[in-house]
Design a protein around this ligand. Structure first.
Ligand code: GAL
Length: 385
């Protein structure tokens, strides 16, 4: 049953949490599925529609099974899954490795196999699996292995999205658990400081991601503009469109799953342009799923850097980022990418924002970057003469 290509590249889709938290229902989830299709984002690869926490009743039924809240989901979960599938999309849900979910609903602890069976019977394709109310005497590693085994044997292909917030050195054991993605950070907030902190926190972990097991830096805040109904997520104001574009570029080149967190039924043109950038999606979805390395600007190493990701066709994806508050220079020496001076080789630069071919460069590429901005290129080695 197991599909060997399940989540080979980072999953892409939409999740209800960042904007709606507890305020979810059938109409919202089906509306999000409609919007992914109508906006064209489905055709660009966004395929999972995921319901996060707060979907169930507070009690299991007499057979120990989870029950969807009939007020929020009057036709049951199978009907929602069927609708999402009818749109050519995949359906995701949420549970927790502890006794309760973070919002206090029943968790899957000691119910892993029966819950996996329930999710399979509803037509679930993706399970986000959280870390709240975890019994202290059991390692998270055991609990994520449990749910992974349960899902791998439930009779349906279900992606396991482990969400233990980067605790217990998750990067060191998650491959062996069988999960397809692992949250490596605490919860994202809709502000620039949060984007910057989460990105920097994973710069030394890029080697731990790869095909079938992706480092999840958390869901996207692109296009939220302060619309979350949750005080923590919305704290400190929102980002500008430029900052959302930077956030997207960093998540894309870092190989993070691209799970949209805004209200997809109401996206601005700028939001759609950022989320729909096909070159950035291509960089994110490259089949080899290599993590980028980081070359820092010598005179501003904490704030200005280039992330370089080898792509499967021999080119390099390159993202310049300026995390500082002032316009700054990034000077990328091709020597640092493996191009010796005497080789008569340069790089041909294609700009993923302007969609322009900038031509061949020898020895270095130098750019001025605005505060909080990025420049993203696909660079292909080419003979100079
Ligand atoms: C957190 C998790 C969030 C969201 C929330 C639901 O632990 O990191 O992404 O799922 O729980 O309560």
């Amino acid at each position: 049953m197991q599909n060997k290509y399940l989540a080979m590249t980072p999953p892409m889709g939409w999740n209800s949490w960042n904007t709606f938290t507890w305020n979810i229902n059938e109409e919202l989830i089906c509306g999000a599925a409609d919007a992914l299709c109508a906006s064209g984002l489905k055709d660009k690869g966004y395929e999972y529609v995921v319901i996060d926490d707060c979907w169930s009743l507070k009690q299991r039924d007499e057979n120990g099974r989870l029950v969807a809240d009939p007020e929020k989901f009057p036709n049951g979960m199978k009907a929602v899954a069927d609708y999402v599938h009818s749109k050519g999309l995949k359906f995701g849900m949420y549970s927790c490795c502890g006794t309760h979910t973070c919002a206090g609903y029943p968790g899957s602890f000691e119910h892993e196999f029966v819950d996996a069976e329930t999710f399979a019977s509803w037509g679930v394709d993706y399970l986000k699996y959280d870390n709240c109310y975890k019994p202290k005497h059991i390692d998270g590693e055991i609990l994520y292995k449990r749910m992974s085994l349960a899902l791998r044997n439930c009779g349906r292909d279900i992606v396991l999205s482990a969400c233990n917030w980067g605790t217990e050195d998750v990067h060191s054991w998650i491959q062996g658990s069988g999960a397809q993605l692992f949250r490596s950070t605490g919860d994202i907030q809709d502000n620039w400081q949060s984007v910057k902190n989460l990105f920097l926190s994973q710069l030394d972990k890029t080697a731990y991601s790869g095909p079938f097991c992706h480092n999840d830096i958390d869901m996207l805040i692109v296009g939220m503009h302060g619309s979350s109904n949750n005080e923590f997520i919305g704290a400190l104001g929102a980002c500008s469109d430029l900052e959302y574009r930077t956030h997207f570029a960093l998540w894309a080149i870092m190989g993070s799953p691209l799970m949209i967190g805004c209200d997809v039924r109401k996206m601005s043109a700028a939001t759609l342009e950022t989320l729909g950038n096909e070159d950035l999606i291509r960089i994110n979805q490259d089949i080899e799923c290599r993590g980028p390395y980081c070359i820092r600007q010598w005179n501003n190493p904490e704030n200005v850097m280039a992330l370089v990701k080898p792509l499967s066709d021999g080119s390099l994806a390159i993202c310049f980022v300026n995390l500082s508050e002032t316009r700054s220079e990034m000077s990328l020496q091709f020597w640092d990418l493996g191009i010796p001076y005497a080789a008569n080789m340069g790089l041909e630069f294609y700009n993923c924002y302007t969609k322009e071919n900038e031509g061949k460069f020898a020895e270095r590429y130098v750019a001025q970057i605005e505060p909080h901005d990025t420049m993203v290129f696909i660079a292909k080695p080419a003979k100079l003469k």
